[in-house]
Design a protein around this ligand. Structure first.
Ligand code: KOT
Length: 831
């Protein structure tokens, strides 16, 4: 039988049974996979074998939909969203895929009948930590929503061999361990050794005349590396659509390096292979501040070049000529990390596909859209011209040419305003000349968006003000969202069941606005009781988890007050700490006072090179040690640091929180998405008017949100006037005594210097105005404690928070991108 022929009907039937959704089919599939893939009998299988068999059994059921989606998209010539992101944080796949397939119950029963502990199997899966935090997790939520909304799409990124480091805590300090997530194999990915593209680096360019006598440019590289595709299927919820997460792995190019080395230089050739593979070896673990490393630039170009070449291949395979490339594809740049794609598409269109500048530019600037995720100046990517030229000589020429055309337009529009020209240039000329990637992204895209309403306003009025003056219509807002499948259904099955029972349907899972149906029951005492039980059960689970990992025992009746996110000064974990120290001092001064018990829970990683963030972790653990071991406190307040906060561990945290800490300095957090995850799970927020907090408060109602602190406007005014943190220190006796307590050495076994870098920075510089917001924060926390005493009222607020979270589904965000930015349509695949 040739490959093109369809299989015999008998085979089709057999296949259907093999991948059927019945309990019997699942059990059979599981035992088959355990035997034929893992090579094990049930009796000798390790927990990991069982997980692998369960994963393959689940994957088998996705494959058919995957093939069908690919075929349908191809015949329909569907417009495709290509989401380019240096980071993806999908979280463990198994539980999520079972939810999206709609077979959680059947699979649980099947496992039970086989005598297996299903929760233990699910817990076996390693975290695919291919991202740092919010930006990477957003990309994963968007992939889930794109599939659920049946929009053809491909997520393109890097298959890092080592993802974000695993965090352990030793003597209170963060210690980084390498994350070998592929060690035991990855059942979700399918290698595509034939989908392979050469990526060029270094060398020089030269002019030549083509056969028509036209002057052309040729890039003669010094190094060629291959990118090989690894595909992970992304199944939508309750639909037949499966989209693709296509991650590139770097390999030595046989055709180039092996020849380039002297014949017989075997070791040299092996060395070249190792060097090639370092490109996709490790994720850079920095959130926000830019590292400026050569390998990082090589990584960015690596995945961008493979992805654009892949799109061109797909264009030829489906539609045909490149003229309609911008109709077939839309490319969304997840921040500036992939913005080299703009220059790479220009290069490929001109140098490899014979287009002239104008036609190539017309396609390029119509195909790209760019999302900005931060205003922090230290996070804005720039690359030194000399490094750029050494690695990407042809792209530098193209960037210069884009800049020349662009600045000509600016000069015509703003006659004589050379200052503006200097600010808008793609090249910074003050000091060492640098390529400004954000400017490249704006100039090369037809749409630019921020990630929350406030952030998008600040993008227009501060960061890209000049660009907004020039192209006002190019700027948009799409407020972030998160997927309720992962963060409610997978993470919090108890609450999900309660919601479905209360609303009489589980439609809310695909249409989160339906959560509004809960409002009618917000006063219902029956619901209150069950709501409370669900929360308490999650708190018990978390308490057990934390006890096992940290030894700290939490009281499930206490307020679970949680701050989980990357550790960064702008996020102000140290403001939270000052409140904890205040509670401690109050209890020490009047041990018999009637304080509401609290468990303060932190989680988050610090960039390995970010000393101040690591010192904050140390201080959290130091404060925890003193408070948790003080007999006078008697467990009234407890402090615990959850090690290795990631998607997987976060799933224990969101369902258990009563209070969500969203306390960044206003104007600094672009959006935040943890704020949404907590609120969806019934936590109330204590927060500033920053990022998406503003919109969360609008939705849930100001009476159901604990607001404190300066607004972004007030922050900039204070900064303009001149901010003097030591005045707060001098004037506020309690603040002074909290900071002094840190300096006293109480938390550092008498060492009065250990935390000095942190306290000195607060008193003398305080770039994120912790001291200015301290008083308002403490007062607000006192309101929280009072509110918690009224259980009925608190529970009502909790229900209303959940009921009003519809806006923060990533489905809504993706619909807005599809309608206002991408102009894409759903392409349903029938089940
Ligand atoms: C990192 C380096 C350079 C530029 C941006 C970043 C970045 C921004 N990494 N994560 N973010 C976060 O992105 C989230 C998703 O939009 C936001 O919710 C969050 O506020 C950003 O800090």
């Amino acid at each position: 039988m040739s490959m093109a022929q369809s299989p015999e009907p008998l085979d089709v039937d057999r296949e259907r049974t093999r991948t059927g959704m019945s309990k019997t089919a699942l059990k059979q599939g599981f035992l088959d996979n355990l035997f034929y893939i893992q090579g094990r009998f049930r009796e000798v299988a390790t927990p990991h074998d069982l997980y692998m068999a369960a994963a393959y059994t689940t994957r088998d059921r996705i494959l058919e939909r995957w093939i069908k989606s690919a075929q349908r998209y191809k015949t329909n010539q569907s417009r495709t969203v290509c989401y380019l992101s240096a980071e993806f944080l999908p979280g463990p796949h198994l539980a999520n895929n079972l939810v999206n397939l709609g077979i959680v119950e059947t699979a649980t029963e099947a496992a039970h009948e086989l005598g297996l502990d299903f929760d233990a199997i699910i817990a076996e899966e390693a975290e695919p930590g291919l991202g740092n935090g919010g930006l990477g997790r957003l990309a994963a939520c968007f992939m889930d929503s794109l599939s659920t909304l049946q929009i053809p799409s491909i997520g393109y990124g890097i298959r890092y061999e080592f993802g974000i480091f695993d965090q352990t805590i030793e003597d209170g300090w963060q210690v980084e361990k390498s994350d070998n997530w592929l060690r035991n194999g990855n059942p979700w990915e399918i290698p595509r050794p034939k989908i392979r593209f050469p990526v060029l680096y270094g060398g020089y360019t030269e002019q030549y005349r083509d056969h028509d006598g036209r002057s052309r440019t040729r890039w003669v590289p010094a190094q060629i590396i291959d990118g090989v595709a690894y595909d992970t299927p992304i199944l939508g919820y309750g639909v037949g659509n499966v989209n693709l997460l296509r991650l590139w792995k770097a390999e030595a190019s046989e055709s180039f390096d092996f020849q380039a080395f002297n014949v017989g230089d075997y070791y040299g050739a092996v060395h070249a292979k190792i060097e090639a593979e370092t490109i996709s070896k490790v994720l850079y673990p920095n959130d926000e501040p830019e590292a400026g490393k050569e390998l990082r630039l090589k990584q960015q170009f690596f995945f961008v070049s493979c992805s654009i070449q892949d799109m061109i291949r797909l264009q030829f395979n489906t539609v045909g000529p490149l003229d309609s490339f911008a109709e077939k594809f839309v490319i969304q740049l997840n921040d500036t990390h992939p913005s080299l794609a703009i220059a790479e598409l220009m290069r490929l269109l001109m140098d490899e596909h014979d287009m002239d500048w104008d036609r190539a530019w017309d396609i390029t600037h119509r195909v790209f859209c760019y999302t900005n995720h931060t205003l922090l100046p230290e996070a804005l990517e720039t690359w030194s011209v000399s490094l750029f030229e050494r690695l990407l000589p042809r792209h530098l020429e193209i960037v210069y040419e884009i800049n020349r055309h662009f600045l000509d337009e600016v000069r015509v529009h703003f006659l004589g305003d050379e200052d503006r020209v200097r600010r808008m240039s793609l090249i910074a000329e003050d000091g060492e000349r640098r390529v400004r990637m954000a400017n490249l992204a704006v100039v090369g895209s037809r749409a630019v968006n921020g990630v929350a309403a406030l952030h998008s306003e600040l993008v227009k009025t501060t960061l890209f003000k000049d660009f907004h003056d020039f192209w006002p219509d190019r700027f948009h807002n799409v407020t972030n969202g998160v997927t309720p499948r992962r963060f409610m259904v997978v993470a919090n099955p108890r609450l999900s069941r309660l919601i479905s029972e209360t609303c009489g349907s589980d439609d809310w899972i695909r249409d989160l606005d339906r959560l509004r149906d809960l409002e009618a029951h917000a006063m219902d005492s029956g619901l209150h009781e069950r709501w409370h039980e669900v929360k308490i059960a999650a708190k018990r689970d978390l308490a057990a988890w934390l006890k096992h990992r940290t030894g700290v025992l939490l009281d499930p009746e206490a307020i679970f007050d949680v701050q989980a996110k990357r550790i960064h000064e702008y996020k102000r974990q140290h403001l939270n700490l000052l409140h904890i120290i205040r509670c401690y001092q109050r209890l020490k001064q009047s041990p018999n006072q009637d304080m509401v018990p609290r468990a303060f829970i932190f989680g988050g990683k610090a960039a390995p090179g970010y000393f101040m963030a690591k010192l904050i972790i140390k201080l959290i653990n130091a404060v925890a040690e003193v408070i948790n071991n003080d007999p006078q406190i008697n467990g009234f307040i407890r402090v615990v640091f959850m090690p290795d906060f990631n998607v997987k561990n976060g799933q224990h945290l969101y369902p258990a929180a009563n209070l969500s800490e969203q306390i960044s300095l206003a104007g600094k957090e672009a959006s935040g998405t943890g704020n949404m995850k907590f609120s969806m799970n019934g936590a109330l927020t204590i927060g500033t008017l920053d990022g998406a907090n503003v919109e969360i408060r609008e939705e849930v109602g100001k009476e159901n949100f604990f607001l404190f602190g300066m607004s972004a406007e007030e922050v900039s005014q204070r900064q303009r006037e001149g901010y003097h943190p030591w005045e707060h220190y001098a004037k506020d006796a309690e603040l002074k005594s909290d900071i002094d307590l840190i300096n006293s050495g109480l938390f550092s076994h008498g060492d009065t210097q250990l935390f000095r870098p942190l306290t000195d920075r607060l008193v003398n510089q305080d770039p994120f105005m912790v001291l200015a917001d301290y008083r308002a924060y403490i007062a607000c926390q006192d309101h929280v404690a009072e509110a918690y005493r009224d259980h009925r009222h608190w529970t009502r607020m909790s229900i209303l928070n959940v009921a009003r979270m519809g806006k923060f589904s990533s489905d809504r965000a993706i619909r807005e991108y599809a309608e206002h930015i991408w102009r894409t349509e759903p392409h349903p695949i029938d089940l």
